[in-house]
Design a protein around this ligand. Structure first.
Ligand code: SME
Length: 148
């Protein structure tokens, strides 16, 4: 089980006062990778010209562009809502970047009240992500978005 309180305190310490969005997202993805068990991908997609574009991440190379409204990431971004998907193979329009992924959580990121991208975390374990993960990672996103 992830110690979200500890991970969020570590994120705060890593990003506070650092005026470099890419560096902060790179460190944030590395922190998640190091702190959460049973992951095969953790990183960011950022909205650029009306679509999601791959940002800093840990894991295997991934799809570069995702249309808003497509897949788990595009659906979470378009609806401005966190999505937990227990079995990605049952999600309509799921985009399989890494065939090892079986479950996923996607948390929108905001700036000035608008969605600017998503935090996407994938697991090879079905139903890996819990309500506790949602709460912890939404807080993680609030800390990060104040520093990107
Ligand atoms: N599975 C995602 C695509 C991104 S990768 O998993 C890194 C989706 O359907 O949005």
């Amino acid at each position: 089980m992830t110690d979200h309180k500890l991970m969020n305190a570590q994120l705060e310490a890593l990003v506070a006062g650092v005026p470099h969005p890419v560096a902060n997202m790179a460190n944030a993805s590395a922190l998640i990778w190091d702190s959460m068990d049973e992951l095969n991908w953790a990183g960011f997609y950022l909205i650029e010209d009306g679509k999601l574009v791959l940002g800093p991440f840990q894991g295997k190379p991934a799809c570069i562009e995702i249309p808003l409204g497509s897949g788990v990431c595009g659906t979470a971004a378009a609806g401005d809502t966190t999505l937990i998907v227990d079995n990605v193979h049952e999600f309509p329009g799921h985009i399989a970047c890494d065939c090892a992924s079986n479950s996923e959580i996607v948390v929108p990121l905001h700036k000035d009240g608008r969605v600017i991208g998503v935090l996407d975390i994938d697991s090879p374990v079905f139903a890996r992500f819990t309500e506790e993960d949602r709460q912890g990672l939404e807080e993680f996103a609030r800390i990060l978005e104040a520093n990107i």
